[in-house]
Design a protein around this ligand. Structure first.
Ligand code: HAM
Length: 453
């Protein structure tokens, strides 16, 4: 027997979605659509326009913006060689060692977030020439190689927004936050908690970081290995620690609010005032530092009910200077990204994720003539916006009604020879079993009225 034949007899491999990725299926996808539709609507009322940026970009763009030392860039990006380079080298039979030979500019990565891309696009399309500020939002998949768990995936979805322009007016910070809160409110998200902080700027943060480092060195022995390492690499991240044993120590550390320069302190006070005018309820959290390097001044995070340890449903902050760092004009920026997977989870866990993906009408038809009428009826009902299930082959009425029930249809439209020759169609309301005969126009009229109730 040839090798090929042996292979044929083997059981075919059963493929599964890659770890950390998943399929989103109906009826849940209807909830995703509702959430996304609500974002389009709410964000438009705040004057935001949608931007769609590529799924992959130069690795260097992310390294420069998010920071080469951050977890996201140093550990979690899906990175590979640029395509032109790749095919050229494959052609030469030099696949091996290819990645290590490439310079950072030649590498590309799946986007772990989209702020960097939006800033790149702002520069590339000279958006500083548009009326300022430019207000953009986006939604779509992001990729981070994290350890998967509930609410944490390797392909996850964000809905985000960015405001870019010449002004860093505190009212901009407050309005961006107000917009997310309005969105969450519209969706009925439960247990929403907004935390805010200011992490200072280039003038005051370095001094605070040194102060923090010095304080941390004094208690180094009492800290876990991660925090010990961070004393050197990024002392601010120690404040993020969730380790039970470190909490009491962290509570004694110097707080950035006491070390902000005058400009940052004034800005922070004004942001809080602006939130109050808008009726946005917040909690100050001096330990909120965020894990990406581009932030300065305002940072914020929103948590919601039912999410366990991965309870941050939105994170954001100000990033003045990022556009400049990427070679663009001096520009102020602030934005946020919502974890859509977590948002959906929270809505579902608190019973706010109910969606009716049920059919309006199931057409139970029998006989060739009735089939032709059923096809026309389906066309007219669909045109009027009703969701219609039209079985492709004839079924006994009993079976058809059973199917209609299983699909959660509200009505069964019964079309047999009698109905077709009389021109009177039977509509059965499945909830109570009642049956009424209608002419075709009356039936449409009745269904329209019922829908409007
Ligand atoms: P981030 O905090 O890294 O910020 O992510 C924002 C949100 O995305 C998180 O709060 C979380 O809900 C969700 N998220 C992050 N990683 C995962 C994951 N592995 N699985 C599921 N959900 C996840 C940013 O990405 C910034 N670009 C936000 C921003 C925009 N700042 C200014 N403008």
């Amino acid at each position: 027997m040839s090798e090929g034949a042996v292979k044929k007899e083997e059981k075919p491999r059963k493929f599964q979605a890659i770890r950390g990725t998943r399929d989103l299926l109906p009826p849940e996808t209807a909830l995703w659509n509702r959430v996304e539709q609500t974002a389009h609507e709410v964000f438009a009322t705040f004057g935001f326009g949608e931007i769609r940026v590529p799924i992959f970009e130069s690795t260097d763009l992310f390294a420069r913006s998010i920071g080469a030392e951050t977890d996201v860039v140093s550990k979690e990006m899906y990175t590979f060689g640029g395509f032109a380079e790749f095919s050229a080298k494959v052609g030469e039979g030099r696949m091996e060692g290819m990645l290590s030979e490439m310079s950072p500019e030649e590498m590309i990565s799946l986007r772990p977030e989209a702020t960097a891309s939006v800033c790149r696009a702002y520069i590339e399309h000279n958006m500083q020439q548009l009326p300022q500020p430019v207000k953009l939002y986006y939604m779509g998949p992001m990729f981070r190689r994290e350890r998967p768990q509930k609410g944490r995936y390797r392909q996850f979805y964000q809905i985000g927004a960015e405001v870019l322009g010449g002004s860093d007016a505190p009212a901009i910070d407050a309005e961006v936050i107000e917009m997310v809160m309005t969105f969450f409110d519209r969706l009925g998200l439960q247990g929403v908690q907004l935390d805010i902080n200011s992490i200072g700027d280039r003038n005051c943060r370095p001094q605070y970081v040194e102060l923090l480092r010095a304080a941390l060195l004094k208690v180094k022995d009492k800290l876990g290995p991660d925090s010990q390492r961070r004393i050197e690499t990024n002392p601010l991240r120690v404040l993020d620690s969730k380790l039970e044993s470190e909490q009491a120590i962290i509570a004694t550390l110097p707080r950035i609010a006491d070390h902000l320069c005058e400009d940052c302190a004034t800005h922070y006070a004004a942001v809080k005032h602006q939130l109050e005018i808008r009726g946005v309820i917040y909690r100050e959290n001096w330990r909120l530092v965020r894990g990406l390097d581009y932030y300065m001044r305002t940072t914020f995070e929103i948590t919601a009910k039912g999410l366990g340890s991965q309870n941050a449903v939105c994170g954001g902050g100000r990033y003045d200077g990022l556009v400049e760092l990427l070679g663009g004009p001096p520009t102020k920026g602030i934005g946020f990204a919502i974890g859509e997977d977590r948002l959906i989870l929270s809505l579902q866990e608190s019973g706010k994720g109910a969606i009716s993906a049920d059919r309006d009408v199931y057409i139970a038809w029998m006989g060739e003539r009735a089939h032709a009428t059923a096809i026309r009826a389906a066309k007219d009902l669909r045109k009027a916006g009703f969701s219609v299930e039209l079985p492709p082959v004839e079924q006994k009425f009993g079976k058809a009604l059973g199917q209609a029930d299983k699909l959660g249809a509200k009505y069964a439209l019964i079309l047999g020879d009698n109905e077709v020759s009389e021109g009177l169609w039977t509509l059965k309301t499945l909830a109570d079993g009642s049956q009424v005969k209608y002419t075709e126009p009356d039936l449409l009229e009745y269904l329209r009225k019922q829908r409007a109730l």
